[in-house]
Design a protein around this ligand. Structure first.
Ligand SMILES: Cc1cc2nc3c(=O)[nH]c(=O)nc-3n(C[C@H](O)[C@H](O)[C@H](O)COP(=O)(O)OP(=O)(O)OC[C@H]3O[C@@H](n4cnc5c(N)ncnc54)[C@H](O)[C@@H]3O)c2cc1C
Ligand code: FES
Length: 509
């Protein structure tokens, strides 16, 4: 629902409230001049902002105040309370702000502020003549948006092998695939954004190589594009099945908008689908296909779905949740061939009008490898996201960076991390030297159940469970040698935000 369309609740804040009724660190939702307004008192000041997150409309009043920012409970976007600027992805648009006056122990919301200039434009010591971004996904788009936001005015070229305008990839397995949102919600920005911001977006352009000495990228069509700074944000590609029958047109992968559209087209003439892989994407697809009333079978070698990431209790819950919604699991087995049916190694055969394969992804490292950049199960970058080649940066699914929280070099496949790395790389390409120090975060959605995860725990020796997983009200802390490495939660958004802030606090300390 767009701002202003919500039913107004609470007090008329234009008339004012006693200051003492809003203690420090507290928030209050009310309205002013026909719009919903959130009052926030923090660090001795009172701010009036829109209560709706500009990502998916999350309720900021249920979020966390951190200094002069407010973080969204749903996917941890953060907004500057003074200016409204979206200072952390996944939100990219600012929220509205109003004047606040304090007099005689009363606070009143005044007129809406002009959208302030976000950030002080960076005085770049380098002023690169041209920045080239390879990749039109989360990291590439967020980098381009940030470059223009902070006032970079020289040439900005974005090359994407995808034919579609940059889009909201997480939605491809969730609401868009389930048919519960229209296509309009999928592009991150419409075409005019790129024109108005002077972003030379070249779609359907595949970069085939890099010439480091000439400072050029080489396109498959023979063209070259020179750069002063280069961002590699080529993401990942789905791992394919290599069994007989896997190349048939009714066997789908899901990475791109075109993939999602192909599955939606297949749904129209289908009654039953097989999903191979009980990963996040596989199970989100299963949930969306159930939403479209298809019979869904999930085949995976795991004993429990997603146990490696979320542990056995959460895994059992996720399995039960999908079974309640009618998904049929075939675990501890794999497909061995696909014709009109999917033949499993355990001897079973399942009819499938189509198959969706979600068995993991591989980072697209060829450009970096062939150019001789340092690669270590990902493109190795420093804390400024710069690769081993000066002036070439990498962000998103391909980047392995020194994570300050875990103390390890890690690579993850999270939308929010990719966007935030794109933003940090943008600033660093302008000479800002902004280390990427944010704690990883991802979310996943299964029917009405969101799972939020902060931190990074490839292994753990203890899972501390607070609350009740079956009642969809829980926090799981993944610990190693007594230290919390990651926190997963269901409907405990504030705790998830607090865990993130606590991890960041430790990093800062
Ligand atoms: C269906 C789906 C659902 C997901 N859901 C979630 C979720 O709920 N939460 C979450 O945290 N994460 C989710 N993810 C993961 C998330 O989308 C990725 O982590 C994120 O998109 C990575 O961003 P990126 O910019 O690194 O790569 P991408 O977004 O994949 O973008 C890579 C871009 O590079 C382009 N490209 C690649 N090679 C070349 C080349 N040689 N030349 C030119 N262009 C090239 C591609 O066309 C693409 O535009 C999901 C992923 C998928 C596929
Ligand atoms: S709705 Fe606020 S971050 Fe997604």
């Amino acid at each position: 629902m767009a701002e202003g369309e919500t039913k107004l609740t609470g007090q008329d804040l234009a008339k004012g409230i006693p200051l003492e009724s809003l203690p420090d660190g507290q928030m209050l939702v009310g309205h002013a001049y026909g719009k919903a307004v959130l009052l926030v008192r923090t660090a001795g000041d009172v701010f009036a902002v829109s209560p709706h997150c500009t990502h998916y409309n999350g309720p900021l009043a249920e979020g966390l105040i951190v200094g002069e920012t407010i973080r969204c409970p749903w996917h941890h976007a953060s907004f500057d309370l003074r200016t409204g600027e979206a200072v952390r992805a996944p939100a990219l648009n600012s929220i509205a702000c109003w004047e606040v006056t304090a007099q005689g122990g009363w606070i009143k919301v005044g007129k809406k502020r002009e959208q302030p200039e976000p950030r002080i434009p960076i005085e770049s010591p380098a002023k690169p003549e041209r920045i080239v971004i390879v990749g039109g996904g989360a990291a590439g788009f967020a980098a381009a948006e940030m470059l223009r936001r902070v006032g970079y005015q020289n040439s900005l070229v974005m090359l994407s092998s995808d034919a579609a305008l940059p889009y909201d990839r997480p939605n491809l397995s969730k609401d868009y695939l389930a048919g519960t949102i229209p296509f309009d919600y999928v592009p991150l920005r419409n075409e005019s954004f790129y024109k108005e911001n002077g972003i030379e977006l070249q779609l359907g352009k595949n970069v085939a190589g890099l010439d480091l000495s000439a400072h050029e990228v080489l396109l498959s069509n023979g063209e070259t594009v020179s750069y002063d700074r280069l961002l590699l944000a080529t993401g990942a590609e789905p791992v394919r099945l290599t069994i007989p029958g896997a190349e048939q047109p009714h066997v789908h992968a899901l990475r791109s908008l075109a993939d999602s559209n192909a599955i939606i087209a297949a749904v129209k003439t289908s009654k039953q689908a097989v999903v191979v892989g009980a990963s996040f994407i596989g199970l989100e697809v299963a949930a969306s296909l159930r939403e479209r009333k298809l019979k869904v079978h999930v085949v995976a070698p795991d004993k429990r779905p997603m146990e490696r990431i979320l542990g056995p209790d959460m895994a059992d819950f996720i399995r039960a949740l999908h079974e309640e919604h009618g998904v049929i699991f075939h675990l501890e087995t794999k497909p061995k061939a696909i014709d009109k049916v999917v033949h499993l190694e355990n001897g079973e055969s399942i009819e499938a009008d189509f198959v969706v394969v979600g068995i993991g992804v591989r980072p697209r490292l060829e450009l970096a490898e062939n150019a001789g950049l340092r690669v270590d199960r990902g493109v190795a970058v420093d804390e400024y996201l710069e690769t081993s080649a000066p002036r070439i940066f990498a962000a998103g699914d391909i980047a392995r960076w020194p994570d300050l929280h875990s103390g390890e070099n890690i690579r993850v496949e999270h939308w929010v991390v990719a966007e935030r790395q794109g933003q940090a790389a943008a600033l660093n390409m302008l000479g800002e030297r902004a280390p990427f120090d944010q704690v990883p975060f991802f979310w996943s959605q299964h029917y009405d159940v969101p799972i939020n995860y902060v931190g990074h725990a490839e292994t753990w020796d203890e899972i501390q469970i607070d609350g009740d997983i079956k009642k969809k009200d829980c926090t799981l802390r993944f610990k190693h040698n007594g230290r919390v490495r990651a926190v997963a939660s269901i409907f405990r958004d504030l705790e998830s935000l607090q865990a993130e802030a606590a991890m960041e606090h430790k990093v800062a300390a």
